[in-house]
Design a protein around this ligand. Sequence first.
Ligand code: C2E
Ligand code: MG
Ligand code: MG
Ligand code: MG
Length: 292
Amino acid sequence: KRHEGREHRYALFNPDMHARALADMELERDLRHALKQQELMLYYQPIVRLADGAITGFEALVRWRHPQHGMVPPNRFIPLAEDTLLILDISRFVLREAGRQALAWSRCFERAPIVNVNLSGRQFISSEVATETSQLIAEVGCPPALINIEITESAILTNKALALAGMEGLHAQGFKLSMDDFGTGYSSLSYLHEFPFDSIKIDQSFVSRLTREPRTAAIVTAILRLAETLEKRVIAEGIETPDQLAALQRLGCAGGQGYLFSPPVEASAAEALYKQPSWILPSSAGSGNGTV
Ligand code: C2E
Ligand code: MG
Ligand code: MG
Ligand code: MG
């Protein structure tokens, strides 16, 4: 009888969900440990000026070297970290580390690269995000102007009023701001002029369809025109092929990021790229008035 009862209870669960829940619990425990054991680190992906190929900055992307599972991708642990609020500790680590690195680079290069940091929507639930962020950055001696905060539209959606207050606070402290994964949400257009964004990052789903779908090219063209009117810089994410690069250059997109240039790499490799990029860009100037 007891056995049957137990079976009945288990039947209420999808076995996959059950396995997933167990894996999540294990991951959460390991993540708490990871923060203490310094298993988290930052990789840096170059952000490139498409006109001449110069690196203008880097996006800092968190990496977790799990002692048993190897590299755990952020898409696996960030959502869990958001649910458990461990994201607050992770962000403190990321901001300190990115700030430390940005300061170091500003000291060894005449033109300092800007370091982009991703903040989660969870952070905007508190009205303290701007003061906490600038305090962390100040602790490592980094001027806010060297840091660009990226936030997604879905993060804004959670609580628009708090998000707006947080973003305005960050802007007032001197941070640069980007809207990340632009185009994937529902109200990007209205947020674009309401929030003090300096730049927008066109989601890689648009870039990957750009050269295959005329419709997507039309949308990207419209985004670029709008951004120009609102005086926002545009960075295209996930550029993987020379064709995509050529199309974006032709449309006048200012910046880009993607495996065509470099995947996210360790700080030392990022620094080497900054000194000497491994790419030479075909100039868009030779291709006529955007007709090729
Ligand atoms: P994201 O901010 O949109 O970051 C861009 C993601 O696209 C990165 O994945 C990057 O490695 C990947 N990527 C770059 N170029 C290409 C390309 O040419 N092709 C393809 N297929 N992918 C490309 P990653 O590092 O796995 O990060 C995934 C997401 O995790 C990020 O999306 C961001 O939302 C989140 N994340 C990463 N680091 C942090 C962090 O420190 N804090 C927070 N809150 N979220 C983070
Ligand atoms: Mg990002
Ligand atoms: Mg993105
Ligand atoms: Mg993304």
